[in-house]
Design a protein around this ligand. Sequence first.
Ligand code: SAH
Length: 221
Amino acid sequence: MRAVRADPEVQRARMVELIAARGVTDRAVLAAMRDVAREQFVPENLREAAYRDAALPIDEGQTISQPYVVALMTQALELRPQDRVLEIGTGSGYAAAVLGRVAAEVYTVERHSRLAAVARERLTSLDNVMVRHGDGRYGWPSHAPYDAIVVAAAATEVPERLRRQLAVGGRLVIPVGAPHAIHELVRVRRTGPDDFEQESLEQVRFVPLLPGRSGDPGRRP
Ligand code: SAH
């Protein structure tokens, strides 16, 4: 017997109910998660799995983050509608699309040229989301300071350059730990020009934040 698959909107509503049940309460974040069609950000052969609360593989050995983790990290950024956000690790572009519905401006950096190009294409309809191919460990200084910075890949420590691109009062959310281990989701708050407070939020697992950029724009590997 073949199960009849619910349409994406119904599946999304269910996904959001589960995320809310796990403790995400920010209404703007939940509304954004209800809006973004995740199936458009996963590889075609995995569309059926788009609304499972799981990370899924995308190209270049990378992943699209688990919906709960995207919601958790977005909530942890404490975004206000007027905020400017920097994301490191565009990947599929899914989290950037969510961020773009909660904040005013989103700048997102991806080290794989092909992933950056595909995400840019997917996000063309969102004119407040800008994608750049580059090494996100350097941030995107020309648009700094940011009210919030989110890193979607695990670093061994909080990159100093990213902390310095926060506005005073700004929040940086980043998984920290050894590669291929369990990571601590950390929130850093810039409380003054030279003052930072750090707290640990939850345990998560991420692909590593890697040095350099991969694949030059316009050049085939
Ligand atoms: N936010 C993404 C999740 C992407 S997974 C989504 O919603 O789909 C993490 C991404 O970080 C990968 O695409 C990886 O290529 C990228 N990445 C790793 N190191 C990086 C770096 N130094 N600069 C920019 N992106 C990086």
